[in-house]
Design a protein around this ligand. Sequence first.
Ligand SMILES: *[C@@H]1O[C@H](CO)[C@@H](O)[C@H](O)[C@H]1NC(C)=O
Length: 186
Amino acid sequence: MISASSCFVFLPISFFMECLLSLLLFLNLCSTVDKFEVIVPLVPVVADEGSDIVLPCKLSPQTSVIGMHVRWFRQKFSEYVYLYKDKMETVGSGYEGRASLFSTELEKGNVSLLLKEVKISDEGPYKCHVSRLESFAEPQLQLTVKRQGSVPLIEVEKLEKDSLKLRCSSQGWYPEPQMVWMDKKG
Ligand SMILES: *[C@@H]1O[C@H](CO)[C@@H](O)[C@H](O)[C@H]1NC(C)=O
C-alpha cells in the first residue's frame, strides 16, 4: 500500500521535473544562441594616406563582446588584420602596430577597428566578423584611401608664331585625377 502510493506520487513528480528540466535546457539554449546584429557603415569610409582611421563596427542590441570572437579580415578569413579571441588580441602581419580595437569599448559592443598610418594598399573591403558559439555575423565595409598630389604646374611647351602649347602637370594623386582646362570664364 505504501509502496503503491509512493509510486503514484513519484511518477508525476518525475514527469514534472523532466518537463522543467527540458524547459530550462531550452531556455538556456535560447540565451546562448541569442541573436545580435553586427552593424557597419554602408557608405565607404574615406581616409587620407598616412592618417589614422576608425572602421566602425558595433553590435546591436548593445552586447558585450568580452569572451566572443572578433576578427577583422579582408579577403581570407585566415589572413586577419586583427583577431580578438579567448580574450587575447593578435595583430595580423603587415598591420603590426597599426591595428587595434578600443579595449574600453568592448563591453559596449563597439568593435570598431583603429587603423593607423593608412596606406594606399589598405584600400578595399573589410569584414567585421563577430561570433559566439553558433551565432555569427560578418558584414563588410569599404575603405577608400586618397592622396592629394602636387599643385598643378603649367609650363609653355612650345611657342610658335600664332600658337602656344601649354603643358599642365601634377604628381602623386590617388586615385588618378581628372584634368580639365578652363579659361577665365570657367
Ligand atoms: C566606438 O569607439 C570609438 C573610439 O572611442 C569611437 O570613436 C566610436 O564613436 C565608437 N562607436 C560607437 C558606435 O559608439
